[in-house]
Ligand binder design. Structure first.
Ligand code: NI
Length: 165
């Protein structure tokens, strides 16, 4: 277990495109475990590998719900997007900064799990939002550039209730 340093805004790595993982081996699994630990340490809803300085196409998501097991996606591809939702959003790389963005209401995503097995997920609501946010990170795209004008706000750390992604 290792907590990695989260790269924050201004770090050029956040704007770079990540590369596909060729083999899901023990080294990748170690990175995934560190990403989970780092996400949990900072109470985040999700984390993408470039946020810990690794330009690989990996994301982890936790909804902190009883029946939700931490989601790991390697080389995720969004196959289908449906509907729209306007949602509050924040990011672990932009602490305490929030704004409203528009995301699909439902996505179908395929990829590999931490064992290199193919998985396919149909996600709605906050899970669809989190997947889209993390896949954007893998493309070097940041939520801050998608905020609906006039909705940006900086919230004092003690007042932050929403989880960052
Ligand atoms: Ni983020």
């Amino acid at each position: 277990m290792a907590i990695r340093i989260i790269r924050e805004y201004g770090d050029e790595i956040l704007k770079k495109k990540s590369k596909p993982v060729e083999v899901v081996n023990n080294k990748i699994r170690e990175l995934i475990q560190d990403m989970k630990d780092t996400m949990h340490k900072f109470n985040g809803l999700g984390l993408a590998a470039p946020q810990v300085g690794v330009l690989k196409r990996i994301l982890v998501i936790d909804l902190y719900e009883e029946d939700f097991e931490c989601l790991v996606l390697v080389n995720p591809v969004i196959e289908k997007q449906q509907g729209k939702q306007t949602v509050d959003e924040g990011c672990l790389s932009f602490p305490n900064q929030f704004g409203k963005v528009e995301r699909p209401e439902k996505v179908t995503v395929k990829g590999l799990n931490e064992f290199g097995e193919k998985i396919k997920i149909v996600a709605t609501g906050i899970l669809a939002q989190a997947i889209c946010h993390e896949v954007d990170h893998l493309e070097g795209q940041l939520f801050i550039d998608k905020i609906i004008p006039g909705t940006f706000e900086i919230i004092k750390p003690e007042d932050v209730e929403k989880k960052e992604i």
